[in-house]
Design a protein around this ligand. Structure first.
Ligand SMILES: Nc1ncnc2c1ncn2[C@@H]1O[C@H](COP(=O)(O)OP(=O)(O)OP(=O)(O)O)[C@@H](O)[C@H]1O
Ligand SMILES: O=P(O)(O)OC[C@H]1O[C@](O)(CO)[C@@H](O)[C@@H]1O
Length: 336
C-alpha cells in the first residue's frame, strides 16, 4: 500500500518553511507516496483541516516567506484531550508518517503524539530563534539575521547623522543567537542578551553601559542590541533608565516581526530543501541514523552532513551561543 505522508508547520513561522514543504512533497511523490498538508499547525490536525499536496500545489513557493500551510500556536495540544484528538485524526486519515516543521514546542507536540499514535514522526527544525540542538542552524535563522542586520545598518546611518545612542531590540525568545549574530555583524557597541545579563546583574550592566557610552560616544553613534524578553520592563524601561539615571538620551527601535518575514535567504532555501528531502529519505529508508533511534526523530545538518537525532535528545541538550563571542563582546560591559 502507498504510504501516506503528512506535513504541518507549527509555532512561529520561519522563512524557508515553504522550501521544506516543496521538497517533502516532490520527494514523497517521487518515492510513490501520497502527501498531505495540515493547515494552521496542530489545529489543522485536530480539526482535520488538510489538503492533498501535488507538484502543482508546491510550484512557485520556494521564494515566499511565511508558510503556505499557515502556522499557529495550538493550546489544545497542551491538554491530553487535544493530543488524543490529533492522534485519532491521524488514524482516521490513515496517515503513516507525520513531518512537523517547527521549534522545540512543536517537537514536544510530536512527543505527546508518540504516546498515542504508532506512526512515524519526523521533525524538521524551523524557527528563527536557532535554539534547537542537533543542527548547526534552524530554517529561518539565516534570513532573520540578514533582515535584522540590514535594518540595523540603516539605523546606524541615522544614528551616525545624529550622533545618537540607539537601542534596537531583536527577537530570540530566550536566547541570544540572533542578538549576538546581528550585534557582531553590525559592529554594535554593546550587546545585552541572556548570555551576559541576568535579573541579578541588571544594575551592574546599566552602570557598565553608562561608562561605555560616556567613553565611546564622543563623535559618533553608539548601538545597543538588546535581546527581547530580557530587560525588566522591556526596551522602553532601559531607555528610560539610561535617561533618568545617567542623562543619556537614546532612540529605540523594536524590530519585532519584520525579522520573521520576507523572502528566505539562499542559505535557508538550501537548508530547508535538503532537510525536506532527508526527511523523506528517512521514510523510504535511503538514509538511516548511525545508531538505533526511537521515534520521534529530527533531521538536522551539522558540519555539512545530515544527522538524525532523537527528539528526546534534541530537547534535552542546550545549544548555547558561542562563549568565545560572549567573552569577546563582554569587554564593552566590563569595569572601565
Ligand atoms: N508540551 C507540549 N505538549 C504538546 N504540544 C505542545 C507542547 N508544547 C508545545 N506544543 C505545541 O506546539 C505548538 C508550538 O509550540 P511553540 O509555541 O512553543 O512554538 P515552537 O514550536 O517552539 O516554535 P518557535 O520557537 O518558532 O516559536 C504549541 O502551540 C502547541 O500546540
Ligand atoms: O509571533 P508571536 O506568537 O508573538 O511569537 C513571537 C516569538 O516567536 C519567535 O519569533 C519565534 O519563536 C520568537 O523569536 C518570538 O519571541
Amino acid at each position: 500500500m502507498t504510504k501516506r505522508i503528512a506535513v504541518l508547520t507549527s509555532g512561529g513561522d520561519a522563512p524557508g518553511m515553504n522550501s521544506a514543504i516543496r521538497a517533502i512533497t516532490l520527494s514523497a511523490l517521487r518515492s510513490g507516496f501520497q502527501c498531505f498538508g495540515f493547515f494552521h499547525g496542530y489545529n489543522g490536525l485536530i480539526n482535520q483541516e488538510y489538503t492533498e499536496l501535488s507538484a502543482v500545489s508546491v510550484t512557485d513557493i520556494t521564494q515566499l516567506g511565511g508558510t503556505i500551510l499557515k502556522s499557529a500556536r495550538c493550546p489544545a495540544m497542551l491538554e491530553p484531550a487535544g493530543v488524543l484528538q490529533a492522534a485519532n485524526a491521524l488514524r482516521k486519515l490513515h496517515i503513516d508518517v507525520l513531518i512537523v516543521i517547527g521549534g522545540d514546542g512543536s517537537f514536544r507536540g510530536m512527543q505527546a503524539l508518540a504516546a498515542h499514535w504508532q506512526g512515524q514522526l519526523i521533525g524538521i527544525p524551523g524557527t528563527i530563534d536557532n535554539d534547537l540542538s542537533g543542527c548547526d542552524n534552524t530554517i529561518g535563522f539565516s534570513t532573520a539575521i540578514n533582515t535584522a542586520t540590514s535594518a540595523i545598518d540603516k539605523i546606524r546611518d541615522t544614528a551616525n547623522a545624529f550622533e545618537r545612542v540607539f537601542i534596537t531590540e531583536v527577537m530570540g525568545r530566550h536566547n541570544g543567537h540572533i542578538a549576538y549574530h546581528v550585534g557582531i555583524a553590525t559592529g554594535a557597541e554593546a550587546i545585552i542578551s541572556f548570555e551576559n545579563c541576568t535579573a541579578e546583574n541588571t544594575s551592574q550592566v546599566l552602570a557598565h553601559l553608562k561608562n561605555a557610552i560616556e567613553q565611546q560616544h564622543q563623535h559618533g553613534s553608539f548601538l545597543i542590541i538588546l535581546a527581547e524578553n530580557l530587560w525588566p520592563g522591556g526596551a522602553q524601561a532601559l531607555k528610560t533608565e539610561l535617561n533618568s539615571n545617567a542623562d543619556i538620551n537614546c532612540a529605540l527601535c523594536v524590530l519585532g516581526h519584520i525579522q520573521r518575514g520576507g523572502a528566505p535567504s539562499v542559505e535557508d532555501r538550501m537548508l530547508a530543501t535538503e532537510l525536506g528531502i532527508a526527511a523523506v529519505e528517512v521514510v523510504n529508508g535511503s538514509i538511516k541514523a548511525n545508531t538505533e533511534v526511537a521515534t520521534p526523530v529530527m533531521v538536522g545538518k551539522i558540519h555539512g552532513a545530515i544527522v538524525i537525532t532523537e527528539v528526546e535528545k534534541v530537547l534535552n541538550m542546550d545549544k548555547p551561543v558561542s562563549q568565545e563571542w560572549v567573552q569577546r563582546y563582554q569587554h564593552y560591559l566590563a569595569e572601565q
